[in-house]
Design a protein around this ligand. Structure first.
Ligand code: FEO
Length: 166
């Protein structure tokens, strides 16, 4: 059984994952309308992954006797100054999510809730991978420079296809 405090923080995480999914969907749509199919495909896939994360939290909460609440989601920004800014914002968002996951880890240890502690480890690994993968894209972008967006866009498409960016 989840404590009240744990239920609250897990439900807050449902909301954070749902917002991440919307944010990446908005980034995908922004890129697609500017002819950047590779970047759009990257963010569509990211958005799906975030929805998957949200679902994991919902199912876990309910399995542990809580009631997962489906949140109202804020509208994400629809315009972005440029490709670099989109990836920077994505990294910043992942770092915020990592901090939130770490808070759940801390609470689970404080409460000696080892079932949650064990379950949340998947997210600890996932956050490490996600931050590394966005950082990898930013490094590549820095290397190619913004004059070469066409090449970058094609490159990121192949990163997704080969699983390099996951
Ligand atoms: Fe589900 Fe990328 O945090």
């Amino acid at each position: 059984m989840l404590s009240k405090k744990m239920l609250k923080i897990l439900n807050e995480q449902v909301s954070k994952e749902a917002y991440a999914s919307q944010l990446y969907l908005s980034m995908a749509s922004w890129a697609e309308t500017r002819g950047m199919a590779g970047i759009a495909s990257w963010f569509y896939a990211q958005s799906d992954e975030e929805r998957g994360h949200m679902m994991k939290f919902i199912l876990f909460i309910n399995e542990r006797g809580g009631h997962a609440e489906v949140p109202k989601i804020d509208q994400p920004p629809k315009d972005f100054p440029g490709v670099r800014e989109v990836f920077d914002a994505s990294l910043e968002h992942e770092q915020m999510v990592t901090a939130a996951i770490n808070d759940i880890v801390s609470l689970s240890l404080n409460e000696k809730d080892y079932a949650t502690h064990n379950w949340i480890q998947w997210f600890v690994d996932e956050q490490m991978e996600e931050e590394a993968s966005v950082q990898g894209v930013i490094d590549k972008l820095a290397l190619l420079g913004s004059n070469n967006l066409y090449l970058f866009d094609r490159d990121i498409l192949s990163m997704r296809e080969t699983g390099e960016g996951e």
